[in-house]
Design a protein around this ligand. Structure first.
Ligand code: AMP
Length: 210
């Protein structure tokens, strides 16, 4: 089993790219953010614990995340590897990951801080199929209708606001970016310029995965 990690700051486009390259990798997207939001919506004990950190733009404790991942990768669709989106985010999470699956590539989507706020404040997701859009940078082709499934039901994330974004960026720089050196030393770290056209980024990621 060989997995891929999509790495980068909040708003870099990890979720968007995961969906776009799913077909060519054949690996399911595993987003800890999506799993936590589902737990919050379902009101599970994990969701209740995670919500206070998520609302504050802070990282949820490693133990909670590692347990979620351990359960997720036991599922049948994960047996040939997965595409992690938003995990790992700390060195202890990366160490836990190394003990449960082999990571073949870490794809770092690089976007400068000054572009993050405008990219995050303006994004929205289809409630039916999860396709990700942005008011300015990636609008639906027909206003108010999902390109993928025609649904007219969209949602915006509670933590996609300017003040929470700044905390999420701080958490990224302090706790997550040190992972870059960790993975660089393993020779599996590929940096992709994420401040470009979405199709060009997907093309470069697929190339880096060859
Ligand atoms: P995301 O959807 O990846 O932007 O994650 C949204 C929020 O969920 C983050 O701001 C954190 O509070 C929490 N979260 C998601 N993934 C992790 C993780 N791997 N470690 C810690 N917290 C996480």
């Amino acid at each position: 089993m060989q997995s891929i990690v999509l790495f980068g700051p909040p708003g870099a486009g990890k979720g968007t790219q995961a969906q776009r390259i799913m077909e060519s990798t054949g690996l399911p997207q595993v987003s800890t953010g999506d799993m936590l939001r589902a737990a919050v919506a379902a009101g599970t004990p994990t969701g209740l614990e995670a919500k206070k950190y998520m609302d504050a733009g802070q990282l949820v404790p490693d133990e909670v995340i590692i347990n979620l991942i351990k359960d997720r990768i036991k599922e049948s669709d994960a047996q040939n590897g997965v595409m992690f989106d938003g995990f790992p985010r700390t060195i202890p999470q990366a160490e836990a990951l190394a003990s449960i699956t082999e990571v073949s590539h870490v794809i770092a989507i690089d976007v400068p801080d000054e572009r993050i706020v405008e990219r995050i404040c303006g994004r929205f997701t289809c409630n039916e199929c999860g396709s990700v859009y942005h008011d300015t940078f990636n609008p639906t082709k027909v206003a108010g209708q999902c390109d993928n499934c025609d649904s007219k039901d969209f949602k915006r994330r509670a933590d996609d606001n300017e003040s929470t974004v700044m905390s999420r960026l701080t958490a990224y720089h302090e706790q997550t970016s040190p992972l870059a050196d960790w993975y660089l030393s393993k020779g599996i770290f590929h940096v992709i310029d994420g401040d470009r056209d979405i199709d060009e980024i997907s093309k470069d990621i697929i190339e880096a995965l060859k």
